[in-house]
Design a protein around this ligand. Structure first.
Ligand code: ATP
Ligand code: MG
Length: 406
C-alpha cells in the first residue's frame, strides 16, 4: 500500500506542521487512495483553529468557519482544511447542537460515519486507522464507526450514505449496520429532501443492478417515496434497477429510468416532493412522457412520422430517449437508422430550425398575438412533412395559403 500525496496537499500539511500543529489528509481521499482510485478532492484535518489556519496561508476563504472549515487556495485549487472537531449533542437526527474543537485526532475520527471514511494519513505519521477501516476496505464492507444505531440516530442521512457507499464502491453492508439501516429507515423523514435526493442520486449514478436492490432489500425505498410507488414488488424493482444500471451516468436519465414504469404525474409528484432542480426534473419528465407516447408508424419512403416524433420529444433529448427505450424494452430502437439519416440530412425539426420567424410574419402584416404561435406551428408541421419547404420565400407562400384557409 502506497499513498501518494499531491504536492499542494503535502505543502499544506507541512506548513501546518512547521507552525506547530498536526495535520492529515482524511476521509474520502484516504479511502480512495488506498483503493487505488484517484481522489476527486482532498480534505485536510488539523489541530490548528480556523484563525491559526488563516495565519499560515496567504489565500484562504471562510467557507464554513462555524464548523471550523477554511478553504486554502493553492495554484487556483481549493482545499478544505477543518479543525479537529467533536460534534455536540444532536438536537434532532441531523444537526449537532454545536461543534467544539479538540486537539485530539482520534476524537475527530470518531465522529465520522463509516470506518472506511475514518482514516487519516500524513507522511510524518503514516496511516492512522483506529477503527480498522483498511481491513473493512479489504473485506469490501461498509461498517458504521461504533454503534450503528447511535450513529444513525445522530444523523439519519448516514442511513442513505451507507447504501450510497455500498453502491458506489460495490461493497456490502456489515450485518449490524444493515440491521440499523432497516430499523431506523423511517428517521430519514427528518432529513431535508435536498440532502436525501443528493445521496439517492449518487446511489443511482454509481450503483450496479445488484447494489441498487439494497434500496428495496432494506425497505429504505418505502420510507422515501409515496405510498402508491411503494407497492412495487421485488421483480418489478429488479427490472427498474436493471434499467437504471444500464443507462448513462447522467442524472436526469438515471431518474427517468428509476421512474420509467410510473406515469408522468406520479413521477412529477415525487420529483416535487424531493425538491428537484428544474433542469433534472424537466429532462426526466420529458423522457418519461416520451416513453408513454406511441412510436411513429413509419416506412422507409417517408420519415415524416419519425421527424414528427423527434419534434414532439425534442431533438436534444432524442438520443437519451433512444437509450432509455432500449434499456427499458431490452431491444433496439426501431428508428435508430432513420434518426441518423434525418440528423445527417440536417432536416429542420424544431421551431428554431425554421427559416422564418414570428417577426417575419409581422412584417408580412400579421398582428402580434397568440395567432403567431399557431401559424408557426402550422408551418412547422408542413416543414416536418416536407423539409424542402424550409426557405423563407416558400414559407411566406405557405403562410399566405394558411391565411386563405383560416
Ligand atoms: P465522496 O467521494 O462522495 O466525496 P467522501 O467520503 O469524501 O466521499 P463527503 O460527503 O465528501 O464524503 O464527506 C467527507 C468526509 O466527512 C467523509 O469521508 C466522512 O469522514 C465525513 N462525513 C461526511 N458526512 C458525514 C456524516 N453525515 N456523518 C459523519 N461523517 C460524515
Ligand atoms: Mg468528499
Amino acid at each position: 500500500m502506497q499513498i501518494t500525496i499531491p504536492g499542494d496537499v503535502l505543502t499544506i500539511i507541512e506548513k501546518l506542521e512547521e507552525a506547530g500543529h498536526s495535520a492529515y489528509m482524511v476521509g474520502g481521499c484516504v479511502r480512495d487512495a488506498l483503493m487505488g482510485i484517484t481522489p476527486h478532492d482532498y480534505d485536510i484535518t488539523t489541530s490548528a483553529k480556523p484563525e491559526e489556519i488563516k495565519k499560515v496561508f496567504k489565500k484562504t476563504i471562510d467557507t464554513g468557519i462555524q464548523h471550523g472549515t477554511v478553504t486554502v487556495i493553492m495554484h487556483g485549487v481549493g482545499y478544505e482544511v477543518t479543525t479537529f472537531r467533536i460534534d455536540g449533542e444532536y438536537k434532532d437526527s441531523r444537526h449537532p447542537k454545536n461543534v467544539s474543537y479538540t486537539d485530539n485526532l482520534a476524537k475527530d475520527l470518531e465522529r465520522r460515519d463509516f470506518t472506511i471514511n475514518a482514516m487519516a494519513y500524513s507522511k510524518k505519521s503514516g496511516l492512522i486507522d483506529i477503527f480498522n477501516g483498511k481491513e473493512d476496505l479489504e473485506r469490501k464492507t461498509v461498517r458504521a464507526v461504533g454503534d450503528p444505531y447511535e450513529r444513525f440516530k445522530e444523523d439519519a442521512l448516514r442511513i442513505l450514505r451507507a447504501i450510497r457507499f455500498a453502491a458506489q464502491l460495490n461493497f456490502t453492508l456489515d450485518e449490524k449496520t444493515k440491521e440499523a439501516v432497516v430499523d431506523l429507515r423511517k428517521s430519514l423523514n427528518n432529513i431535508s429532501r435536498e440532502r436525501v435526493r443528493a445521496e439517492l442520486e449518487k446511489t443511482l449514478l454509481t450503483g450496479s443492478q445488484e447494489k441498487l436492490m439494497l434500496l428495496f432489500d432494506t425497505n429504505v425505498y418505502d420510507s422515501i417515496f409515496t405510498k402508491d410507488l411503494v407497492e412495487i414488488n421485488n421483480s418489478d424493482f429488479e427490472k427498474v434497477c436493471k434499467t437504471v444500471a444500464k443507462v448513462s451516468k447522467v442524472p436526469y436519465l438515471k431518474w427517468a429510468a428509476f421512474f420509467s414504469d410510473c406515469d408522468e404525474k406520479t413521477a412529477q409528484g415525487e420529483f416535487n416532493a424531493l425538491k428537484f432542480d428544474n433542469k433534472t426534473k424537466h429532462g426526466a419528465l420529458t423522457l418519461i412522457s416520451a416513453l408513454k407516447k406511441a412510436l411513429p408508424d413509419a416506412n422507409d419512403m417517408n420519415y415524416y412520422p419519425v421527424r414528427k416524433h423527434i419534434h414532439d420529444v425534442g431533438l436534444i433529448y432524442y438520443p437519451d430517449f433512444i437509450e432509455l427505450y432500449e434499456a427499458v424494452y431490452e431491444k433496439e430502437f426501431p428508428y435508430k437508422e432513420a434518426f441518423e439519416k434525418i440528423k445527417k440530412n440536417n432536416d429542420p425539426l424544431m421551431i428554431s430550425d425554421l427559416a422564418l420567424t414570428g417577426k417575419d410574419l409581422i412584417n408580412e402584416g400579421e398582428t402580434p398575438g397568440p395567432n403567431i404561435g399557431k401559424i408557426i406551428d402550422a408551418l412547422m408541421e408542413k416543414v416536418l412533412k416536407n423539409p424542402s419547404l424550409n426557405e423563407k420565400e416558400k414559407l411566406i407562400n405557405e403562410y399566405k395559403k394558411i391565411k386563405k384557409e383560416m
